[in-house]
Design a protein around this ligand. Structure first.
Ligand code: IMP
Length: 196
């Protein structure tokens, strides 16, 4: 039997991608599909807490199995900032301003190691599971490339000469933090967890 699984996102495109990868066993629903238009507060101190706040909100208010993701950039020389503040590091949701603030704070800094991290929280039945993916790399001195979003123009993944913003979506998706975390979730779900 097909099992309903909510992805706590409003991004239909993201949900369709996961649906494709999961196949027939699951029907992936978005927040909109279940009539949830609440802006679930992301007040946690970690990615895991924020992802968990979102999946738990749906589980508790709608009694539906649910997963949610939370991601961000961790810069070693900035004490792992912007971290959970990645989306509004400069006080705005403007990607360019956020990225410029990171570059400004990194001016003259030689240690430029950083990583993107994604944590997925899955609430299924009475259980709670976490899946994590990271992409290690280094920050450039200036933005390079026009693809992607967020901090992509200043992040050069380990073993590559180009930033995420200089890669096609397909290329980034082969090595990204989000893709790695999602692959773990999909492998777990495909093993039959939760399908009775
Ligand atoms: P979210 O949790 O996926 O919405 O990500 C939060 C914020 O982290 C985004 O608004 C971006 O600033 C940053 N971020 C997360 N993933 C990426 C990525 O793949 N590339 C660039 N920035 C990202």
């Amino acid at each position: 039997m097909r099992k309903d699984l909510v992805f706590a996102t409003n991004n239909r495109h993201k949900a369709e991608e996961i649906q494709q990868l999961l196949g027939e066993g699951y029907r992936v629903l978005t927040l909109k599909d279940i009539g949830c238009d609440v802006d679930i507060p992301e007040t946690g101190a970690t990615f895991a807490e924020n992802a968990s706040l979102k999946s738990s909100y749906v589980k508790e208010h709608y009694q539906l199995d649910c997963f949610a993701d939370d991601s961000g950039l961790e810069v070693d020389a900035l004490g792992l900032e912007p971290g959970v503040y990645s989306a509004r590091y400069s006080g705005t949701r403007d990607d360019r301003q956020n990225l410029e603030l990171v570059l400004q704070r990194m001016q003259g800094e030689e240690t430029r190691s950083a990583r993107f991290r994604t944590v997925i929280s899955l609430r299924m039945g009475s259980e709670s599971y976490f899946f994590e993916g990271t992409a290690e790399g280094h920050l450039t001195e200036a933005p390079l490339g026009t693809e992607g979003f967020g901090y992509d123009p200043i992040f050069r993944p380990e073993g590559h000469e180009r930033t995420f913003a200089q890669m096609s979506m397909e290329e980034k998706n082969r090595i990204s933090h989000r893709a790695k975390a999602m692959a773990k979730l999909i492998a777990f779900l495909k093993e039959g967890a939760g399908i009775s």
